[in-house]
Design a protein around this ligand. Structure first.
Ligand SMILES: Cc1cc2nc3c(=O)[nH]c(=O)nc-3n(C[C@H](O)[C@H](O)[C@H](O)COP(=O)(O)O)c2cc1C
Length: 161
């Protein structure tokens, strides 16, 4: 079972959650950061960047909430990536406040299902621009990924940071 984590992050919160998720997967996942400019182009050379997800059985997509919506970089990637149909997908997102959670999950589910993939689960983390992203929340994200891994017979690891 091959997994990949694809995420975008501006100020580092979603990146921390992505790292916790990778740790929860026991390091058994490729990772791509969508470090894009406003035209949707890569800011710097990224040798691991890929649009074709044919090699992966389990895909984690992570982004942050901007103006009550899933971030447009992640949205654009999900709309355009190749060979996502029929895949199992897990979402995660950060947002300043809990009130945007519903919009973000709903955006994500519509996007993924439009591509013919199945949303297995979603993990939302509140950050309030940083200070609310506690060690406990990162540990919860790690445990979330570990539970998903167990469902997929990857090697779940200890959930204590
Ligand atoms: C321009 C902008 C718009 C935002 N809009 C929302 C929003 O609508 N709802 C919300 O909960 N958080 C909002 N946030 C907060 C971010 O989602 C939050 O700080 C997130 O953790 C940032 O992720 P990052 O550190 O990975 O870039 C906004 C932040 C910025 C900079």
């Amino acid at each position: 079972m091959k997994a990949i984590i694809i995420y975008c992050s501006k100020t580092g919160n979603t990146e921390k959650v992505a790292t916790a998720i990778q740790s929860g997967l026991g390091g058994n996942a490729d990772v791509i950061k969508l470090n894009l400019n406003n035209d949707g182009l890569l800011r710097e050379f990224c040798p691991d960047f890929k649009f074709d997800l044919a090699d992966y059985d389990l895909i984690f997509f992570g982004g942050w909430t901007m103006m009550m919506k899933l971030h447009p970089f992640l949205t654009a990637y999900i709309q355009r990536c190749e060979n996502i149909d029929g895949k199992k997908v897990v979402g995660f997102a950060t947002g300043g406040a809990i009130f945007s959670r519903k919009h973000t999950i709903s955006d994500f589910t519509v996007l993924v299902e439009k591509r013919g993939a199945e949303v297995l689960d979603f993990h939302y983390v509140t950050t309030l621009l940083g200070p609310l992203l506690t060690k406990k929340k990162l540990n919860n994200a790690r445990r979330f990924a570990s539970d998903i891994a167990a469902r997929f017979y990857l090697d779940p690891v200890s959930t204590v940071l």
